[in-house]
Design a protein around this ligand. Structure first.
Ligand code: PMP
Length: 389
């Protein structure tokens, strides 16, 4: 029946009829998905056993790299941005429309994949300091890729500004009626709403509402804001601790800890903005985006994570849990351990595994190898991470 038809994207828990038990139906009836765009969301939440044992808490991670299109947390966002643009008539399938985006990679990979699945082309502008496997992948996914030199956000050549310009140019010069659409993940509300509507509810149902902290890094801020909004406002989890995991060099940590905040609506150039000095990709920023702003007041604390700790965690997860995750996931896990150590034993901490390690082989995992971390086994988490209890 329709009642049983689970949607991968829009989470619909099965309601049992009186005569049924959970064993009768399982969580969902298996079904055939309507294309790759129908296989996003409902990702597993796994217990990271080694981190749980070492902290005396339960550390759970949402495996977002199992989303089927771009294999990252950004699939939810890309799908929601495309759907919303379609609803507003800004994108029409098979009209020759192109989706333009400025992205360090993950959003581009999700958009490029979904664009093809849904009748569009993709044009991605990205800074040239990001790992080469991401731009190569984008190319093979059929996207046009522009790698641009690192520039401040105030510059017209900043990758985000360039994508906005390219979209406008497309529409203005179009001779076939096709249009350019600037997805704008940093400022588009469709970003954090994807997490309010899917990631947050999934975490709630998967933990049956039993979690004490949620830990995530912020690139656009969509994940942390959206999940915090759902759990704290819609589910009234006022005691939930929402913790920002921030890589070295990012400005968000100071802003959360010391309250020096400003919004992206303030005039450009009023403060110095620089690129984030970290090897970690996808999180850490020096400005407040609309998506971070949307949940800023719901963020209770921040943990700063060094590149050294992120590399050690990445290696630890491979050795002890068979989890091969990207650099931002490693930052999330370090911050989850720090958070767990500050909570009573037995607490539950939920975090995100954003993208797979395979996207970070040439840069981040090369550094893990160069640090000599692959040559020894690690047995004590806290000394490995240089954390004192
Ligand atoms: N990890 C990776 C690999 C990412 O690409 C991003 C987004 N840039 C994030 C984490 C952070 O997610 P959000 O944009 O929702 O803050």
């Amino acid at each position: 029946s329709g009642r049983r038809r689970s949607s991968y994207f829009f989470f619909e828990p099965v309601e049992l009829e009186d005569h049924e038990s959970e064993e009768d139906v399982g969580d969902y009836l298996p079904r055939i998905a309507d294309g790759i765009e129908d296989c996003i969301g409902n990702t597993p939440l796994i217990k990271i056993k080694s981190l749980s044992e070492a902290t005396g808490c339960t550390i759970l991670a949402k495996v977002e790299f199992l989303n089927a299109a771009g294999q990252s947390t950004k699939d939810r966002v890309a799908l929601n941005m495309i759907r919303e643009a379609e609803e507003q008539g800004l994108l029409v399938p098979h009209r020759g429309d192109t989706i333009y985006e400025g992205t360090v990679g993950s959003t581009g990979i999700s958009l490029a994949t979904l664009a093809r699945a849904m009748g569009y082309k993709a044009h991605i502008c990205m800074p040239d300091d990001q790992s080469i496997e991401k731009s190569t992948l984008l190319h093979h996914l059929g996207a046009t890729v522009e790698r641009v030199p690192v520039a401040p956000i105030t510059s017209p050549n900043h990758f985000v500004n360039l994508a906005r310009t390219r979209a406008k140019e497309h529409t203005l010069t179009s001779k076939d009626g096709s249009r350019g659409f600037f997805a704008d993940q940093f400022e588009s509300k469709a970003n954090f709403q994807a997490h309010v509507r899917t990631t947050g509810p999934e975490i709630w149902y998967q933990t049956e509402g039993k979690l004490d902290a949620f830990v995530a890094g912020a690139g656009t801020g969509g994940t942390i804001s959206g999940v915090a909004k759902y759990l704290k406002e819609e589910r009234k989890m006022t005691n939930l601790r929402v913790v920002l995991a921030d890589p070295q060099g990012s400005g968000l940590y100071n802003r959360v800890k010391h309250g020096v905040m400003y919004s992206s609506t303030e005039k450009e150039g009023t403060r110095r903005r620089q690129q984030v000095d970290t090897m970690v990709e996808g999180i850490g920023i020096n400005r407040i985006t609309e998506n971070f702003e949307a949940g800023r007041e719901l963020v209770d604390d921040a943990v700063k994570v060094t590149d050294d700790q992120a590399c050690r965690m990445a290696r630890w997860l491979v050795e002890n849990d068979g989890v091969f995750a990207g650099s931002s996931s490693a930052v999330n896990c370090v911050a989850s351990v720090v958070t767990a150590l500050n909570l009573p034993k037995g607490s539950t901490v939920v975090t995100i595994l954003c993208d797979p390690g395979s996207r970070h082989v040439s840069k981040f995992y090369q550094h893990v190898a160069d640090m000599g971390l692959e040559e020894e086994e690690h047995h004590d988490l806290l000394s490995t991470l240089c954390l004192e209890q």
